[in-house]
Design a protein around this ligand. Structure first.
Ligand SMILES: Nc1ncnc2c1ncn2[C@@H]1O[C@H](COP(=O)(O)OP(=O)(O)O)[C@@H](O)[C@H]1O
Ligand SMILES: [Mg+2]
Length: 239
């Protein structure tokens, strides 16, 4: 296989599925602008699971919003296989589990999870049997297979969170972004979420997880800490 990087990439970065350079973002506050990200740099390769730690308010969710294109930086670049994100960037390139989940309330849990699969490649080419099989497998793996026909507000927040994770991974994105994916889970369901995240990376995705959870850091290939608007390597995972 050859790299999908473009000619704008140097050889050094050819394998980086996600490359972030010089990312800056300030927010206006009554006492003056708050510089949340101050020239942040990050490269993540396919197959790598990277955890981002940092105290509450350090900017983890703001960073993920910039990476997936929900928000725009004041300056800096975010490249996926050498390409900037745009309105037409498909779920297969980048998918996100946001902190606020963002499930569509008018769709059932199963329909929400199926959405990226139905959008992939245009509705006419969708193989409904394959979509149903993939959705059912993910719901079963995340222990919400009894809830597929319910609407998001008819299940608990932790169950909604697992549905939003299933939706994010459904179309096997090149880059998977997840914000505190274990924050609302009970102890019984955390291992299933950890196993799924790890498998996504093992299957080739670049996986970025914002988290406070030591259990997630343990499955990481690399850990970075967000402090004062920049990322510093905090070393390989401790087993
Ligand atoms: N839309 C916004 N408007 C104003 N300030 C914001 C906005 N989003 C984030 N912030 C600021 O960015 C800081 C970082 O927030 P956030 O990214 O949610 O942190 P974390 O996810 O690490 O807890 C917050 O303290 C807040 O001041
Ligand atoms: Mg957050």
């Amino acid at each position: 296989m050859t790299s999908t990087s473009t000619g704008t990439e140097t050889g050094q970065y050819r394998a980086a599925a996600l490359r972030v350079t010089g990312l800056r973002r300030s927010f206006p506050h009554p006492g003056g602008d708050v510089d949340v990200l101050r020239g942040l740099e990050l490269s993540v390769r396919g197959g790598e699971l990277v955890t981002v730690s940092g105290r509450s308010g350090s900017g983890k969710s703001s960073l993920l919003a910039l990476l997936c294109g929900f928000d725009a930086p004041d300056s800096g670049t975010v490249l996926f296989d050498g390409e900037p994100i745009g309105a037409d960037t498909p779920w297969t390139t980048c998918a996100v589990l946001p902190q606020a989940l963002g499930l569509a309330g008018e769709l059932t849990i199963a329909e929400n999870v199926a959405l990226p699969l139905r959008l992939r490649g245009g509705a006419r080419s969708v193989d409904s049997t394959a979509v149903t099989a993939r959705v059912n497998a993910l719901l079963t793996e995340l222990r919400i297979d009894q809830l597929g026909d319910r609407y998001p507000l008819e299940v608990s927040f932790g169950q909604q969170q697992r549905a939003a994770l299933a939706r994010a991974v459904a179309a096997r994105p090149t880059v998977l972004l997840t914000d505190e994916p274990t924050a609302h889970l009970d102890a019984g369901t955390t291992p299933a979420v950890l196993a799924l995240l790890r498998r996504c990376a093992d299957e080739g995705a670049a996986v970025i997880v914002a988290t406070h959870d030591a259990q997630v850091h343990r499955i990481a290939d690399r850990r970075v800490a967000l402090k004062e608007g920049v990322l510093t390597e905090s070393g390989p995972a401790v087993n």
